[in-house]
Design a protein around this ligand. Structure first.
Ligand SMILES: [Zn+2]
Length: 247
């Protein structure tokens, strides 16, 4: 096989491996994903409940302050009773006193139900934290295992970077920029295998690009096998190769 094509294929393999290694290094590893999600879910649940608990306390304080205000008002109204001179004034004052008493009992009820809500959330929180403990321990253990794997992955990343630099150095500048252009467009792979389509009853074999399914001309297959330049798919422009000759 043409040496440039061989180096291009090696470069693509190394770039793919580098991307995977970097994901392993910086992302959550697959084997931890499920526990990580569970851990996040529990954490969010606890935070939501903590928020509800704080909110209940805030509401209770607001209601208690309102009770106090209303009681002050009630005291003033009651002092005014001795000073009223007409029946109309007396009636109006009694009305005011009734209203403010209603406010007091309403706010007292609100304070009480906030307190109940607070106590319930505290009970739920205790249970959640208790059941979270086991997951937290497992999570800490897996995190430690992940940290222990990192130096090896980091070493692989260095090795792959060196291999990529070496392969790039072997490619003529034009071929390298051709590859890089296509790789920018298709970060997952700038290369694509060519496969024959078996059509019983037809004499001539037909070939297609595995990436986009477009037909590949027989002359192109000959060119990939024997030629000296890279052959691109007519449709998707990826660099084509024959699988049996890879590597
Ligand atoms: Zn194609």
């Amino acid at each position: 096989m043409n040496q440039n094509l061989q180096n291009v294929l090696g470069l693509q393999v190394a770039l793919t491996q580098l991307r995977e290694a970097e994901q392993r290094l910086h992302g959550i590893p697959d084997w931890m994903r499920e526990l990580h999600d569970e851990h996040e879910r529990r954490k969010t649940e606890i935070q939501t409940l903590e928020g509800a608990s704080e909110e209940a306390t805030r509401q209770r304080r607001t209601a208690e302050a309102a009770v106090q205000d209303a009681q002050e008002k009630l005291k003033k109204f009651q002092q005014q009773i001795n000073r009223v001179s007409t029946q109309r004034e007396y009636g109006a004052l009694l009305q005011e006193i009734d209203t403010v008493k209603g406010q007091i009992s309403g706010q007292e009820e609100a304070a009480f139900s906030s307190l109940e809500r607070f106590e319930q959330t505290q009970k739920d929180l205790a249970a959640l934290r208790e059941s979270f403990r086991e997951i937290e321990q497992r999570y800490a253990a897996e995190l430690a295992r992940w940290e222990a794997e990192k130096p090896e992955v980091a070493r692989q990343v260095e090795e792959l970077r060196a291999r990529i630099a070496d392969l790039k150095g072997r490619l003529p500048r034009g071929v390298l920029s051709q590859f890089e252009r296509i790789h920018d467009r298709y970060p997952s792979s700038a290369t694509a295998p060519v496969r024959p389509i078996e059509r019983p009853g037809k004499g001539q074999r037909e070939w297609h690009c595995v990436a986009c399914n477009y037909r590949v001309r027989p002359q192109s297959v000959v060119e990939i096998r024997n030629g000296s330049s890279l052959v691109q798919c007519d449709a998707c422009k990826r660099i084509l190769y024959l699988e049996e000759e890879q590597g």
